[in-house]
Design a protein around this ligand. Structure first.
Ligand code: GLU
Length: 281
């Protein structure tokens, strides 16, 4: 059985990077006589809109992407995420944290506490022993306790695509690597009581995804998903990361940086055949 998914967020219009990912995933599924599911990652209620969601369906139809049955919409799964969070709470693996970004910045003295991409801060564990309520706070995974619970320092997954540094094959990560790169990361934001990481882990299991096909900008968060799978007794799918489509300066296409949308490319008269050839498919 081969089941994959395409999981866009309706926070803007899809661009060529999304088209590439969707078409690659569809090709992969077709080659393996598999099934493609669609998931609408709309937990970020402040940024997602119904119009962007509608346009996702239109763009994918125009691109010839075909998905099975009704798409899973994350905004309708919040109680499922809550149940999974409760399992981690019951195992004593999480804690509440009331640190703001500036609290964390202050607590971090050295600049090398920034994650490799310079954006995420490595959380120094300030609230680990505070026993704060989980109700009105962000909730973090206690990596030290998780390591003890799993009785191993290692997690692994199979990469059948290609990571940003050409990674392929069995990938082994130490839990200590997660500690160094992210610290105890947030698994439930205080406003929505879940996070991208928790939601994606639960949804991949719920949709019985055997092969996760997605851009390799997510390769280094995959160990986060794998540790959550291990803690929640969920199967780890195979990962098939693909390279990203970049602009002429070599930067990843992004809605926020004004990448041209599929809609506008389509309105300018470009055909789907031309899009495939631009993408090298
Ligand atoms: N929703 C994510 C995005 O639009 C994709 C996440 C995933 O494939 O795991 O980039």
């Amino acid at each position: 059985m081969f089941i994959s998914r395409f999981a866009p967020s309706p926070t803007g219009l899809l661009h060529l990077g999304h088209a590439y990912s969707a078409l690659l995933t569809q090709n992969l599924v077709t080659r393996n006589s598999g099934t493609l599911h669609l998931r609408i990652e709309d937990i970020d209620i402040t940024r997602c809109t119904p119009d962007f969601e509608k346009q996702i369906y239109r763009d994918l139809e125009w691109l010839g992407v075909q998905w099975e049955s009704t798409p899973l919409r994350q905004s309708e799964e919040l109680s499922v995420y809550k149940n999974s969070l409760k399992q981690l709470v019951d195992k004593g693996l999480v804690y509440g944290c009331d640190c703001t970004r500036s609290d964390i910045k202050k607590a971090l003295s050295a600049p090398n506490n920034l994650a490799n991409d310079g954006s995420a801060m490595v959380y120094p564990g300030t609230c680990r022993e505070k026993n704060l309520s989980l109700d009105n706070q962000n909730v973090r995974l206690n990596l030290l306790k998780s390591k003890n619970y799993l009785e191993t320092n290692y997690i692994n997954f199979s990469e059948q695509g290609i990571g940003p540094n050409k990674e392929n094959g069995n990938q082994i990560f130490e839990i200590g690597w997660l500690e160094k790169k992210y610290g105890d990361f947030i698994i439930a934001r205080k406003d929505i009581k879940t996070s991208y990481h928790l939601a994606v882990t639960i949804d991949d299991a719920k949709q019985k995804i055997t092969h996760v096909s997605r851009g390799n900008d997510l390769f280094h968060v995959t160990p986060i998903h794998v540790i959550l799978q291990n803690l929640l007794n969920l199967k780890t799918p195979v990962y098939v990361h693909h390279p990203l489509i970049t602009d002429k300066n070599g930067n990843k296409l992004a809605k926020s940086k004004g990448a041209e949308s599929i809609l506008s490319i389509r309105n300018s008269g470009t055909t789907i055949k031309e899009i495939r050839s631009i993408l090298g498919l």
